[in-house]
Write a protein that binds this ligand. Structure first.
Ligand code: DAH
Length: 341
């Protein structure tokens, strides 16, 4: 029996080596590994063998089967490769090959919100003005009506650089001075988006890095009515035509008077829910009439010119919209978060 198996193996391997194309390969497979091949018949015949012989022959037959199969796979692969090479040479292009899936990226949720903000203000005639992220103390504070040691500076925990007087901007407001100095005495209507940095203890509500969108309009007859109208219009473009707004008195050193604007909660429609803490309102921005000192620092005569300004946080708006509970998600690069937008 063993002899017979050895003979089968020898013959099968020899004729496999001689195979030159797919067709004869298939014929070989039927002949040597098919159901009625001598090898497979051996398995059927095992039950007729004695107890002692059966495991020895069975094991050996299995080894041969495995050896034949793996040689078969190897040759089959080789033939497929050479077939492919022949077609490629003949036709130049293999259209049957699967294409590489193109990984499709997507925009960051903050970018999506920023683009909506740009669109809403663009429709109202606001241009985008880009301003630097590394600022001087002068622009970030002093020219915005916060002299050294002014207690209002405490509102912004600041990253200072090793160069005295140079810091990472804590808000986009210093851009107001840059744009005024560049365009004075022209009228101005711009938004100033960009990254801001604060020396914060990072938590679910606070990050050291985030975006703001500042807005500034300067001209000869700009009133608080224009401020309220423009920002209410913005809220409607952003959150829906029915949404209501309200202005609450507030304080910022660079505006007088100052206010904070709330929009009617766009989650519950003003009824009161967890997102608006039951109040029906969501605070979305700070604003006010540009302080005369700031106008003058920008080059405009405050007796002739007036203006309004505002600042809002795109991450905050994104969080409110999508019920995002933790601001840290915006910077942790977790695909499970990012892929949802
Ligand atoms: N710069 C302020 C902040 O970071 C936001 C702000 C408030 C900007 C009122 C303004 C404004 O232009 O008028 O908290």
């Amino acid at each position: 029996m063993l002899e017979k198996l050895k003979q089968i193996e020898k013959e099968a391997l020899a004729s496999l080596q001689a195979v030159g194309d797919q067709e004869s390969l298939q014929q070989w497979k039927v002949k040597y590994l098919g159901r009625s091949s001598p090898l497979m018949k051996t398995f059927d015949a095992l039950k007729e063998l004695s107890k002692e012989e059966r495991p020895v022959i069975g094991k050996y037959a299995n080894q041969i089967k495995q050896a034949l199969e793996s040689t078969y796979e190897g040759i089959s692969d080789r033939l497929r490769q050479s077939d492919l090479a022949t077609t490629l040479q003949a036709e130049g292009l293999d259209v049957t090959l699967q294409g590489r899936p193109a990984p499709r990226g997507r925009l960051h949720p903050t970018t999506l919100t920023l683009r909506e903000i740009y669109r809403a203000f663009a429709e109202m005639g606001f241009q985008v003005y880009r301003s630097r992220e590394v600022e001087t103390d002068e622009y970030n504070f002093e020219l915005l009506n916060m002299p050294t040691h002014h207690p209002a500076r405490d509102m912004w925990d600041t990253f200072h650089t090793t160069t005295p007087g140079v810091l990472l901007r804590t808000h986009t407001s210093p851009g107001q001075i840059h744009v005024m100095r560049q365009y004075c005495p022209e009228p101005i209507r711009v938004i100033l988006p960009g990254m801001c940095y604060r020396y914060e203890q990072v938590s679910a509500r606070k990050e050291t890095q985030f975006n703001q969108v500042e807005g500034l309009a300067v001209g000869q007859d700009i009133t608080m009515g224009d401020l309220k109208g423009t920002l209410t219009d913005f809220a409607r473009r952003m959150f829906g035509p029915e949404v209501r707004t309200r202005f609450r008195a507030s304080h910022f050193p660079f505006t007088e008077p100052s206010a904070e604007m709330d929009v009617e909660c766009f989650i519950c429609g003003g009824i009161g829910c967890a997102v608006c803490a039951g109040s029906g309102w969501l605070e979305i921005l700070g604003c006010g009439m540009v302080h005369p000192v700031v106008l003058r620092n920008g080059g405009y005569d405050p007796h002739k010119y007036m203006g309004y300004a505002f600042g809002l946080g795109p991450e905050r708006i994104t969080m409110l919209r999508h019920h995002i509970q933790d601001i840290r998600y915006f910077w942790t690069n977790d695909m499970r978060f990012l892929e949802q937008f």
